[in-house]
Design a protein around this ligand. Structure first.
Ligand SMILES: [Zn+2]
Length: 123
């Protein structure tokens, strides 16, 4: 028996269609702070809050604006994140993550060369 994560719109009882459900499940692996992410093809919007921005919230295509209005009202004084303008494609985040990974890898490469200078045998 397989379990399924249940996503429900914050403002109505809507449930995502099968494909949007898969997009939303894919987003569970993202670790974000104060970030909107679209869930296609159903046009859903996820708010990845965390910390001072609260819980992760979901809205169906009809209630995307309601979600933004709600967050801007409740968290608007904390920071600029709730005011982000769409679209919010998940692909952009993945690309950013990839760039961060490359930077980290470059740092590691740099460090593997560094110990020669710090080894102290040539002094
Ligand atoms: Zn809704």
């Amino acid at each position: 028996m397989s379990s399924k994560v249940l996503f429900t719109c914050r403002f109505c009882e809507a449930r995502p269609d099968e494909e949007t459900q898969r997009s939303l499940e894919g987003q569970l692996t993202l670790i974000l702070f104060g970030t909107y992410v679209d869930a296609e093809p159903g046009g859903w919007l996820t708010w990845h809050g965390r910390g001072i921005y609260g819980a992760t919230l979901y809205a169906c295509a009809e209630h995307r604006d309601s979600l933004k209005r709600y967050l801007r009202e409740h968290y608007g004084t904390i920071g600029p994140h709730p005011f982000a303008e769409g679209p919010h494609p998940e692909g952009w985040l993945r690309r950013e993550t990839l760039a961060q990974m490359r930077r980290r890898r470059a740092m590691l490469t740099y460090r593997t060369w560094a110990p020669v200078a710090e080894g102290g045998s040539s002094r």
